[in-house]
Structure formats: structure tokens, C-alpha cells
Design a binder for this molecule. Structure first.
Ligand SMILES: C[S@@+](CC[C@H](N)C(=O)[O-])C[C@H]1O[C@@H](n2cnc3c(N)ncnc32)[C@H](O)[C@@H]1O
Length: 231
């Protein structure tokens, strides 16, 4: 019962409801730029010791697929709270040592210091409280391992002269209500507006215990790539 009351599970259930249309809408509503964003995330990955990488809030496995494209010999583990999202991505990765796991970023079912790197694309915004996930990420990362985050930028300032802000708050939920569940895309706009600015998020990572945190804006700051390291 407690699980149902947990905001994370409510969010995962919401993703489950849009799972079958998630990929299509993602590509359509981002005009295909989401492929570029994930590619930038994956290009940044470095392996140090284990050649194992964990993708959290993996959804329909787009990051995992991109990881295998760039690092064919890596071992990729994808974790998501929504089984429906993962089932919607079924068949994307074949003939690879891929391990999809239905689980919570706040309770990662992996041994201490067992992965070289942790990626999360458009997922950290959905985890409450994020600090619980940071603790787990720091636990499973090897010493010196990296945490890579792809997330929408703050909309507290106008992007592209305010066109993007208008698109996100008004147009996107309207288009999405025709093609999918309106609530999910209202939630998207709301969660982006509540997310910290890039500087605040960098500070949050440092406070959580990561070092060498930095960020890079992509597509005029619509999205940011953050990289931070375990000591
Ligand atoms: C916007 S989708 C991102 C999916 C994928 N990473 C991508 O790039 O398209 C967010 C995902 O986070 C998952 N999620 C939310 N809270 C989670 C948690 N606490 N642990 C693991 N996954 C979670 C949702 O089920 C959903 O699949």
C-alpha cells in the first residue's frame, strides 16, 4: 500500500500508461533532436575498469541501444521502475550481454563498486527524493567512476526568444492530449519548471558527494549534460 502512495510509483504508473506511444511521441515532439541528445550523453562515457555501465530510469532502452552502438563490448544494465516502459522497448537490443531490471534508482540491486559509470536520461527529474538515488549511485560506482545526467534545462529564462517556453507549456500538452495522455505532458512541463537551474543542479551533485561536477548546454540550453565523478 505504501508503495502506491510513493510518488515514484505514481510517476512510473503514469509512464506505464503512455509506454506504447512513448518513443513515437518523444521523437515527434522533440523533432527528432532527442537522438542527438542521447548520442552526446553516450559519447561522453569513459570506461575505467569494469566495462560495465548502468543506465537508470532506462525507459524503453534508447540510451542502452546507443551505448551498445558506441561500445559494442560493454556490459549494459538498464533499470526502470516501470515494467511497461521496458516491455515497450523489447527487441531493441539483441545478441548483447544486456541486463534489463525492473527496479528503483533509490535501491539499486547491484553490489558496491560494481559499475564504471551510471547514466540517466530525462529520469533524475522523476526521482523523489533525488538524494536517495545519489547515495545508491555513489555506492555502486567504482572509485573514480562517472555519473552522466541528461536533463531538460531550466525554463526560468526564455529559450529561443521564449518560443520554446511557449511550446513546452502550451503547445506540447495540447498536441500530446490529442496523441496520448494529456496529464503526462502537463506533468512534463510542470516537472521541468520545478527542476533546478544548471548551476543549482551542479551544486546539488557536489553536495551529494560527487566531485569535478560540470555541465554543458545542448540545443541552446533546452537540455543539459551533467558529468560528475566519484572520489
Ligand atoms: C522520461 S522517461 C526517460 C526514459 C529514458 N531514459 C529515455 O531517455 O527516454 C523517465 C523514466 O523514469 C522512470 N522512473 C521514474 N522514477 C524512477 C525510479 N525511482 N527508479 C527508476 N526509474 C524511475 C519512469 O518509469 C520512466 O520510464
Amino acid at each position: 500500500m505504501k508503495r502506491i502512495e510513493d510518488l515514484n510509483y505514481k510517476i512510473a504508473l503514469m509512464f506505464g500508461e503512455i509506454a506504447n506511444r512513448y518513443d513515437l511521441l518523444n521523437h515527434l515532439l522533440s523533432f527528432g533532436v532527442d537522438f542527438y541528445w542521447r548520442k552526446e550523453l553516450v559519447k561522453a562515457v569513459v570506461f575505467k575498469k569494469t566495462f560495465t555501465i548502468l543506465d537508470l530510469a532506462t525507459g524503453t532502452f534508447d540510451v542502452c541501444k546507443e551505448l551498445y552502438k558506441h561500445y559494442p563490448y560493454a556490459k549494459v544494465i538498464g533499470i526502470d521502475l516501470s515494467l511497461k516502459m521496458m516491455l515497450a522497448g523489447k527487441g531493441k537490443i539483441v545478441d548483447k550481454p544486456f541486463l534489463p531490471v525492473c527496479g528503483d534508482a533509490r535501491a539499486i540491486p547491484l553490489k558496491d563498486e560494481s559499475v564504471d559509470g551510471v547514466t540517466i536520461a530525462f529520469g533524475i527529474r522523476n526521482v523523489y527524493p533525488r538524494e536517495e538515488a545519489y547515495k545508491e549511485i555513489l555506492r555502486v560506482l567504482i572509485k573514480g567512476g562517472f555519473f552522466y545526467v541528461l536533463e531538460f534545462g531550466s525554463v526560468k529564462r526564455p529559450i529561443l526568444g521564449g518560443i520554446y517556453n511557449f511550446y513546452l507549456s502550451y503547445l506540447l500538452p495540447k498536441i500530446a492530449s490529442i496523441l496520448s495522455k494529456k496529464e503526462a505532458y502537463n506533468y512534463l512541463a510542470k516537472s521541468i519548471s520545478e527542476f533546478p537551474t544548471s548551476e543549482e543542479f551542479k551544486e546539488e551533485l557536489l553536495r551529494a558527494g560527487f566531485k569535478n561536477a560540470y555541465y554543458k548546454p545542448l540545443s541552446f540550453g533546452i537540455v543539459y549534460l551533467y558529468i560528475a565523478q566519484k572520489s
